[in-house]
Design a protein around this ligand. Structure first.
Ligand code: ZN
Length: 430
C-alpha cells in the first residue's frame, strides 16, 4: 500500500473541477485507488502505508488520447497537402513499411514511450493493415504498461495495392487479434476495430465490422466528415445512403462503442444519428488545422448532447501531446468564435481538461476505472510540476489558473512521472 501526498486535481464535469491542496491517494497492490482526499484523513485510514511525498508537485488523472496513428508518428509535420493527397504522398508509403514486424516493434517502443512521457495513460490507436505489426504494438503496450485500445487498419477497396486486403482476410485477422488481445491484463488492453474510412471499405467489410463489435464488445474507430473532397467522394461511392454518417449507420457500424474521428462537416440529421447511437465524436483540432480540414463547432456539438472527446490524430496532428491538443481545442474555439462572430461561449481549459479525462472515460464506457482520482478508480495518474510552466514559479495558485498554464504553456519537462494502474511507467530523468 502506497500513499502519494500531493496537490490533487481532477474534473467531475464540464463545470466542476475538484482540487485538494494537501491531498493524498492511497493505492493498493492491485493499483487501485482505495482512498483519495485530505492527506490527514487518508493517512489516518492506513497508518502503516508507505508515504511518498510528491509535494510541491500536483497529481492529475492520466490523459486519454482517443485518436492516434502509431505508424504515422515518424511522418509528423509533413506540411502542404490536404487529407487525400497527404495520405497518398506521405502516409501510405510510411504505413506500407510496417509489413516489416521488426520495424513495427521499434516504432511502437518509441511511440508508447513518448505518450507516457507526456502524461498520456490511455490511447486509442490505429495500427496498419498488418497483423504482425498490430501484434507487435500490443506486445509493446503490454510490456511498457500503458493502457490502450489498438486496431489493425482495414481497407478492402480504393487503397494502394500494397495496402489492400481481401475482405475475408481482413475480418478474419481482426477477429484473431480480438481473441488474442481484447480484455487482456484485466482489461488494460482492448481492441478497437479500425476500418479506415468509408471510401476504402466495402459494404461487406463494414457489415462484418459491425457484427464483430456486436459479438465481442470491441470498439470501432473510424474517420468521418473530415474533408470536403472526402465527403464528395463518399457521396459518389454510396449514392443509396443519405449522407456520410448514414453509410456507417446502414452498415451497422454506429453503436455506443464507436469513435468517430473529426466529424467537422455534419448536418442536423447526421448529428441526430450519432446521438441516437450513443457514438462519440473525437475532436482533433491540431490535425484539422494542419490539414486545412475545417474547424469543428465543438461548443455546438456539446450543447446538442453529443459525446465528444479529444485526439492528437498524429500524424495529421504534429505532436503526441494531449496538453497541446487541449490548448488547440481552446484556441480554435476562440478563433472560430471571433471570425464567425458567434455568441456561444468559447471552450475553456477546464472544459478541455474534462474532455481529455472524464468525458473520454465515459465515452469508452470506462468511467468506473479511469478519468478521475475518485475512490475505486484504477491509479492512472500523472505527476506534474506547475512551476515549470509558471514564469513566477509559484507552488500554489487557484486550480483553474494552474491548469490553464499547464495547458497553454505545456512543456514536456513539467511531467515528472506517469503511473498506470499504480505502476510507474515513466519517470523524468530515468
Ligand atoms: Zn486519423
Amino acid at each position: 500500500m502506497i500513499l502519494y501526498r500531493a496537490h490533487l486535481l481532477w474534473s467531475n464535469s464540464l463545470t466542476e473541477l475538484r482540487d485538494i491542496e494537501d491531498g493524498a491517494l492511497l493505492v493498493d497492490e492491485a493499483g487501485r485507488i482505495l482512498a483519495s482526499g485530505l492527506f490527514e484523513e487518508v493517512a489516518a485510514q492506513c497508518p502503516r502505508a508507505e508515504i511518498q511525498d510528491l509535494r510541491p508537485h500536483w497529481i492529475l488523472p492520466g490523459l486519454i488520447d482517443l485518436h492516434v496513428h502509431l505508424p504515422q508518428y515518424e511522418s509528423v509535420a509533413m506540411d502542404g497537402l490536404e487529407l487525400l493527397p497527404w495520405l497518398k504522398t506521405h502516409i501510405f508509403p510510411a504505413e506500407a513499411r510496417f509489413a516489416d514486424a521488426s520495424l513495427a516493434k521499434a516504432a511502437a517502443q518509441r511511440f508508447f514511450g513518448d505518450l507516457l512521457s507526456l502524461g498520456t495513460t490511455m490511447a486509442v490507436v490505429y495500427s496498419t493493415i498488418h497483423q504482425g505489426a498490430t501484434d507487435a504494438a500490443f506486445i509493446e503496450a503490454e510490456r511498457c504498461g500503458i493502457r490502450a485500445a489498438i486496431g489493425k487498419v482495414m481497407m478492402d477497396q480504393n487503397a494502394p495495392d500494397v495496402l489492400s486486403e481481401h475482405t475475408e482476410t481482413s475480418l478474419q485477422q481482426s477477429g484473431e487479434l480480438i481473441q488474442q488481445w481484447h480484455g487482456k491484463d484485466a482489461g488494460r488492453l482492448l481492441y478497437a476495430l479500425a476500418p479506415r474510412f468509408a471510401p476504402m471499405c466495402t459494404p461487406a467489410l463494414m457489415r462484418g465490422v459491425g457484427s464483430l463489435s456486436e459479438k465481442t464488445g470491441a470498439y470501432i474507430q473510424t474517420h468521418l466528415a473530415e474533408n470536403l473532397d472526402e465527403i464528395a467522394w463518399v457521396g459518389k461511392l454510396f449514392p443509396e445512403c443519405a449522407n456520410y454518417t448514414d453509410v456507417y449507420r446502414q452498415h451497422g457500424m454506429l453503436n455506443h462503442r464507436t469513435l468517430l474521428g473529426h466529424g467537422i462537416h455534419l448536418d442536423a440529421s447526421e448529428r441526430a444519428m450519432i446521438r441516437a447511437a450513443g457514438a462519440t465524436i473525437v475532436h482533433c483540432p491540431s490535425s484539422n488545422a494542419f490539414l486545412e480540414s475545417g474547424v469543428m463547432p465543438l461548443r455546438r456539438w456539446m450543447e446538442e448532447g453529443i459525446s465528444v472527446g479529444l485526439g492528437t490524430d498524429v500524424a495529421g496532428g504534429p505532436t503526441l501531446s494531449m496538453w497541446n491538443e487541449m490548448a488547440m481545442a481552446c484556441t480554435v474555439s476562440k478563433i472560430r468564435s471571433t471570425l464567425l462572430k458567434e455568441t456561444r461561449a468559447t471552450v475553456k481549459p477546464t472544459e478541455a481538461f474534462h474532455l481529455a479525462t472524464r468525458a473520454a472515460a465515459l465515452s469508452l464506457g470506462l468511467s468506473d476505472r479511469i478519468g478521475s482520482l475518485d475512490n475505486g478508480m484504477d491509479a492512472d495518474f500523472v505527476v506534474v510540476d506547475p512551476r515549470r510552466v509558471d514564469p513566477a514559479e509559484r507552488n500554489e495558485d487557484a486550480a483553474d489558473r494552474v491548469l490553464s498554464r499547464l495547458i497553454y504553456r505545456a512543456d514536456p519537462r513539467m511531467v515528472k512521472a506517469t503511473f498506470v494502474r499504480g505502476k510507474q511507467c515513466f519517470a523524468q530523468g530515468s
